[in-house]
Ligand binder design. Structure first.
Ligand code: AKG
Length: 281
């Protein structure tokens, strides 16, 4: 091989690598096009362990999603196979919704390739349905549920993103939190205290929000489901569990039929658990 052709091959390889890098940067940038999380949300997430973003979706978007999840629940056969379960169908485009990504890129990892989505499910509750089951809070060495603050930024593990598709009334069945408990020093996770965990301890906080709102919370904050008490509508909420690429909490259960039909920009959230250093060529 002549010196000239060796030189040409070298340049071609370098150009390919540069193009790959540029594509990755552009993909990451487009996911961030809504801008990063605002200071208010970042500080409240750190302070309380959760944030509520009211009415992120409009009425039409909410109606489309409600129809999808109710059909998935009640008559899945009426849908094509790739839409019969979450995250398929009209839900898929919410996977990287800017309101979600702006927070996750701030609290899980600033590189979108290091964020995984490991579970998506519907929570449907009629009047009186639900449970009271406090969990998490306090220190842990388990990286899945970690919440750390280091060098000016949050390092969260599993982070729940909840799309509330119906109205939630204060203390009438929305998820409940003990704000700040993701940073508690006493281990209320492994040594729960009944007087703290009881629903009327005065330490629990919930929220009200219109349909289409987003709740984002660290799995590290002590939280619980509640009994649904809103007489106007059932709870119809989509729960998503995002995590860092290095760890996984849930057993993979997402249907391959659904995954195969997602757009590549959504499929990448379902990659296996590994360290992205092995992506290097
Ligand atoms: O159903 C709820 O409101 C809370 C669910 C829960 O406890 C969780 O996501 O870990």
């Amino acid at each position: 091989m002549s010196h000239l052709s060796r030189l040409r091959d070298k340049f071609q390889t370098k150009a390919k690598k540069a193009a790959k890098k540029a594509t990755k940067l552009i993909q990451n940038y487009s996911a961030l096009s809504g801008g990063k999380v605002n200071e208010h949300d970042r500080i409240v997430f750190d302070l309380k362990g959760y944030i509520v973003k009211p009415a992120v979706l409009n009425e039409d978007e909410v109606n489309v999603l409600k129809e999808l999840v109710l059909r998935q629940k009640n008559e899945p056969e009426s849908l094509p196979p790739q839409e019969r379960c979450l995250p398929g169908g009209a839900f898929a485009k919410l996977i990287d919704h800017p309101a979600v990504m702006n927070v996750l890129l701030d609290v899980i990892d600033p590189d979108i390739e290091k964020i995984r989505l490991e579970d998506v499910f519907l929570s449907y509750r009629e009047m009186g349905e639900g449970e009271w089951k406090p969990h998490a809070g306090g220190p842990t060495t388990n990286p899945n549920y970690a919440y750390n603050f280091q060098d000016g930024r949050i390092y969260a593990g599993m982070t729940r993103v909840v799309w509330e598709l119906t109205e939630v009334l204060q203390d009438q069945g929305g998820t409940c939190f003990i704000p700040g408990s993701h940073k508690a020093n006493y281990n209320i996770r492994t040594n729960p205290v009944a007087s703290i965990d009881t629903r009327n301890s005065g330490l629990w906080e919930s929220y009200s929000c219109p349909p289409g709102s987003l709740i984002i919370f660290s799995e590290a904050v002590r939280h619980s489901a509640d009994f649904w008490q809103n007489p106007h509508n059932p709870r119809i909420a989509i729960f998503c569990a995002y995590n860092h690429i290095n760890v996984r909490h849930h057993k993979p259960s997402i249907s391959p039929e659904v995954l195969e039909r997602l757009a590549p920009r959504h499929q990448r959230f379902f990659k296996d658990v590994y360290h992205p250093q092995f992506d290097r060529v």
